[in-house]
Design a protein around this ligand. Structure first.
Ligand SMILES: Nc1ncnc2c1ncn2[C@@H]1O[C@H](COP(=O)(O)OP(=O)(O)OP(=O)(O)O)[C@@H](O)[C@H]1O
Ligand SMILES: [Mg+2]
Length: 127
């Protein structure tokens, strides 16, 4: 994790996107509760010097809601963005450094990680 990293999380309902974010925050040392941003659309976290924003855009109704919620201001280039259902805000989001695709496989999950940028490459190389 580094400031400004943008991660899109793809996968069907129940594929494990929120669970992955929980694991990631726990791995960073976050001790608090991690709620799914199902209705709030956004939950903020701070771990040491790292500012993170966890979005679940499944219920986003469109650009008007996006603008009135002030989500554009969340993209300051320093915050880590973890975005579930990025396809619901196509054209409104900053580009992803990393795409993660999750799929249900029996009782487990499979994950495909793909980097689009130099920053994303560096992150995945250390994974
Ligand atoms: N890696 C995993 N192995 C087994 N079960 C998992 C795994 N990841 C998630 N689950 C289970 O799948 C269920 C749904 O997970 P989760 O809420 O993370 O999905 P989601 O992709 O965020 O769904 P939504 O699109 O509705 O937000 C939970 O009950 C969770 O415990
Ligand atoms: Mg979720």
């Amino acid at each position: 994790m580094r400031p400004g990293l943008v991660i899109y999380l793809y996968g069907d309902l129940g594929a494990g996107k929120t669970t992955l974010v929980r694991g990631l925050l726990a791995a960073l040392g976050y001790l608090g509760k991690v709620k799914s941003p199902t209705y709030t659309l956004l939950e903020p976290y701070r771990v040491d010097e790292l500012d993170l924003r966890h979005f679940d855009l499944y219920r986003l109704t469109g650009e008007d809601e996006w603008e009135s919620a002030g989500f554009r201001d969340e993209f300051d280039g320093a915050r880590v963005l973890l975005i579930e259902w990025p396809e619901k805000a196509a054209g409104l989001l900053p580009a992803a450094d990393i795409n993660i695709h999750l799929a249900i496989g029996g009782t487990g999950r499979s994950a495909t990680l793909q980097s689009n940028t130099e920053t994303g490459d560096q992150c995945l190389k250390q994974f």
